[in-house]
Design a protein around this ligand. Structure first.
Ligand code: NAP
Length: 281
């Protein structure tokens, strides 16, 4: 039976390290400050925003919410982002997505200064990631996958990794981070032939599709580590992209949904905020 890779202990370890760094910043009179920009009143977004703010305040960081109506114009949103860029008291910003359909998401994300782009959304941050530069932030969930591997002592170096999904939010950035960690990476997508065979080749398999139960026994082999990033709702129940019980019969380790990678993402966001504050000094 596979080891179940819980996110909580990895997130706690990150927060412990941050507590020390936040105390060091406090001695210099610096309080890391986050701005969360939200459009509309989606209950899921509002709950996520509250939990992010609570997490910030618990560690001694400051957080503020900027709420705009769902039907606000793209120009108004960009003006708000430019105000965040210009505000020296704000170290980093999280823009809750997806944005309303009337907006050009990439143009909005590009408006945020890369050094404040804590979730690596804009082309500045993504360009830095793909160029292998360390002066911007990777998307938090992609980074959370690497933090999970690190916490559980799984070194990607020299291993074969398969990532299922190639979005700019998770698939491509996690592939890039694995490559930087010296894995040999295959990015899979909806046009990949014989997905199961490609996945079975992998020592590390990352499922980031958004298709409940897509990955199962046929994609798995003994010794494999599987991280399930998918977040799906089936009959009102949260589940991932992996048929966890089935995969756990074969693989060496599997992360669950809920309670896996998703539990690490907010801790990574905080880590990015603290790093942004440290860089500014
Ligand atoms: P997305 O933009 O819809 O991308 C999905 C990717 O999966 C695409 O690259 C698509 O391929 C690929 N795909 C679709 N069907 C496939 C199939 N049958 N076989 C192989 N590949 C297939 O989604 P996303 O934003 O990357 O998110 C992926 C999942 O991660 C979602 O469930 C999302 O909720 C979750 N997520 C979780 C967190 C978190 O835990 N905090 C954060 C971010 C995302 P094509 O490119 O060919 O269309």
């Amino acid at each position: 039976m596979a080891e179940i890779l819980l996110g909580r202990p990895a997130a706690d370890a990150i927060r412990e390290d941050l507590a020390r760094r936040i105390a060091a910043l406090a001695e210099k009179g610096v309080t890391p400050r986050l701005a969360v920009i939200r459009l509309g009143e989606d209950p899921g977004d509002m709950a996520y925003e509250r939990s992010i703010r609570r997490g910030c305040e618990k560690l001694g960081c400051a957080a503020e919410s900027i709420a705009l109506p769902a039907d606000c114009t793209q120009e108004a949103l960009i003006a708000q982002i430019e105000a965040v860029n210009a505000d020296d008291s704000i170290h980093g910003c999280l823009l809750l997505r997806p944005l309303p359909k009337h907006m050009h998401s990439a143009a909005v994300c590009d408006a945020l200064l890369p050094e404040k782009d804590l979730d690596g959304m804009g082309r500045g941050a993504l360009g830095a990631l793909f160029a292998g530069r360390k002066d911007a932030f990777a998307p938090c969930t992609a980074q959370a996958c690497l933090e999970m591997l690190k916490f559980y002592g799984i070194d990607p170096a020299g291993r074969r990794a398969a990532v299922v999904g190639r979005s700019l939010v998770i698939g491509r950035p996690v592939g890039q981070l694995l490559l930087q960690a010296d894995a040999t990476v295959t990015l899979c997508h909806s046009r990949t032939p014989d997905l199961a065979a490609v996945c079975r080749e992998a020592d590390i398999l990352i499922a980031a599709v958004g298709h409940a139960g897509l990955i199962g026994a046929e994609h798995t082999r003994p010794g494999q580590v599987i991280l399930d990033v998918g977040v799906n709702s089936v009959d009102g129940k949260l589940c991932g992209d992996v048929r966890t019980e089935e995969a756990a019969e074969i693989a060496a380790a599997v992360s669950p949904v809920p309670g896996g990678v998703g539990a690490v993402t907010p801790a990574v966001l905080l880590a990015h905020l603290v790093e942004a504050a440290e860089r500014r000094g």
